[in-house]
Design a protein around this ligand. Structure first.
Ligand SMILES: NC(=O)c1ccc[n+]([C@@H]2O[C@H](COP(=O)([O-])OP(=O)(O)OC[C@H]3O[C@@H](n4cnc5c(N)ncnc54)[C@H](O)[C@@H]3O)[C@@H](O)[C@H]2O)c1
Length: 330
C-alpha cells in the first residue's frame, strides 16, 4: 500500500462521518494526525450508528446535525482543508419512493455546501462519493469513466447532478474537487440490518443467524465488491494528490464475481451456510442494472491506487467483526 503522508496540522471534515465509510475514514484520518470533524444526523435506515459515535467520541469533534440546515456548517467549512462529502440518502428503492427527500439531501444540501465553500473557503478540497449507479445498465463490461451515463433511478440522477455541480464550481470558481464513483463497498461497520441499503450486509446477517442467503434471480449477475480499507486509501489519495483535482475516478473491486460465487465465498469464509434463490422483490427489478464490474485503470495509473484486500480475506475479516459486534448493528 502506498504510504500516506501524516496529516498533522490539517483539518478533515467528514460529512456522514458516523456511517459505514465515514467511520472507517475518520479512524484513518485520526491515525494520520488530522484534526477530524464529523457531521452526521444519524438518518433513519442508514448506516449512521451510535456505536460509531462511541468509538470516535474522544478522538474526533462530532456534531449530530443535519447537513441540510446545520448552523455550525459554515464555521466548520471555513476551517477545513478537506471535505469528504459522504452524507447521503443512499437507498435506490427509497429514492423512487421519496424522490424529493433524495433530491433535498443529495442535490440541494450539496449545492448549499458548495455556495458556503465559494463564499468562505474556496481553496478547500471536496472529495465526493458518487456511485456506479450513474451509468445505469452497462452497455459494455468492464465499465470505465467514458461509459455513457444513463441512471435508472432518482438516486443515480441526483448523484450525477451533484457531480455536475462540483465540476461547475471547479471550472468557474476554482474550487478543487474530485469525484469517486463507487461500486459495492463492504467491510467492518456496514449496515447489516436489512436490504434497504445494500445486499452484502444483509447476507452477513443471514449467515450469522444461520439462515439462507437470499439471491435475487439466477445468481449469475456480476458485481465487484471493494473492501472499505481499500476505499479509504483511495479517498485519502484522492484528497492528497494534485493530479486528482477535477477528475472522475471509478473505484471497483479486485475481481468480478457472480452473486453465486460471492455467496459461496462467504459461506466458505464462515464455514457453513446455504443459499436460496428468490424472485426480485417488487420495485427492485425495474431499477436493477444487471451485471456490473468497473474498470479502475484510471485511478490506478493516476494515483497509484490498487485494491489490496482479497475478497476471501475481506469477507473473513468482516464476518469476524460481526460475530463480535453484531448486536450494535441490529
Ligand atoms: N456503501 C456503498 O456500497 C456505496 C456505494 C456507492 C456509493 N456510496 C456512497 O458513499 C457514501 C457513504 O455511504 P455509506 O455506505 O457509508 O452509507 P451510510 O448510510 O453508512 O453513511 C451515510 C451517512 O450519512 C448520514 N446522513 C445522511 N443524510 C444526512 C444529512 N442530511 N445530514 C447529516 N448526515 C446525513 C447518515 O446518517 C449516514 O451516517 C454515500 O454518499 C453513498 O451514496 C456508497
Amino acid at each position: 500500500m502506498k504510504m500516506l503522508p501524516r496529516l498533522d496540522g490539517k483539518t478533515v471534515l467528514i460529512l456522514g462521518g458516523l456511517g459505514f465509510i465515514g467511520t472507517a475514514l475518520a479512524h484513518r484520518s485520526i491515525a494520520l494526525g488530522a484534526t477530524t470533524i464529523v457531521v452526521d444526523n444519524l438518518l433513519q435506515d442508514h448506516g449512521g450508528n451510535p456505536y460509531h459515535f462511541e468509538q470516535l467520541k474522544n478522538q474526533a469533534e462530532i456534531y449530530i446535525k443535519d447537513i441540510q440546515s446545520s448552523d455550525v456548517l459554515a464555521s466548520l467549512i471555513s476551517k477545513a482543508d478537506f471535505i469528504f462529502d459522504l452524507a447521503a440518502q443512499t437507498g435506490h428503492l427509497r429514492s423512487m419512493q421519496n424522490p424529493c427527500l433524495d433530491c433535498d439531501i443529495n442535490v440541494v444540501a450539496k449545492l448549499k455546501i458548495l455556495e458556503l465553500c465559494r463564499q468562505l473557503n474556496p481553496s478547500v478540497k471536496i472529495i465526493f462519493t458518487s456511485t456506479r449507479q450513474v451509468y445505469g445498465k452497462p452497455q459494455r463490461l468492464p465499465v470505465d469513466e467514458t461509459h455513457p451515463v444513463h441512471p435508472v433511478d432518482f438516486n443515480g440522477i441526483h448523484k450525477l447532478t451533484a457531480e455536475w455541480h462540483l465540476q461547475m464550481y471547479h471550472q468557474i470558481y476554482g474550487i478543487p474537487s474530485v469525484i469517486l464513483r463507487l461500486t459495492n463497498i463492504y467491510g467492518r461497520g456496514m449496515r447489516i440490518k436489512d436490504t434497504t441499503q445494500n445486499f452484502i450486509g444483509f447476507w452477513i446477517r443471514q449467515i450469522l443467524e444461520e439462515k439462507p442467503i437470499p439471491i435475487y434471480g439466477d445468481g449469475k449477475q456480476i458485481r465487484d465488491p471493494l473492501h472499505v480499507d481499500d476505499l479509504v486509501q483511495a479517498l485519502l489519495l484522492a484528497a492528497l494528490s494534485k493530479h486528482s483535482t477535477g477528475q472522475i475516478f471509478n473505484l471497483s473491486g479486485s475481481e468480478p464475481v457472480t452473486l453465486d460465487t460471492l455467496a459461496q465465498k462467504m459461506i466458505q469464509a464462515y464455514g457453513s451456510g446455504s443459499c436460496q434463490y428468490i424472485d426480485f422483490p417488487e420495485g427492485k427489478k425495474s431499477i436493477d442494472i444487471g451485471s456490473y464490474f468497473g474498470d479502475s485503470q484510471k485511478i490506478k495509473i493516476n494515483l497509484r491506487w490498487e485494491p489490496l484486500v482479497s475478497l476471501e480475506d475481506g469477507l473473513r475479516d468482516t464476518l469476524e467483526y460481526y460475530q463480535k459486534h453484531q448486536s450494535f448493528y441490529l
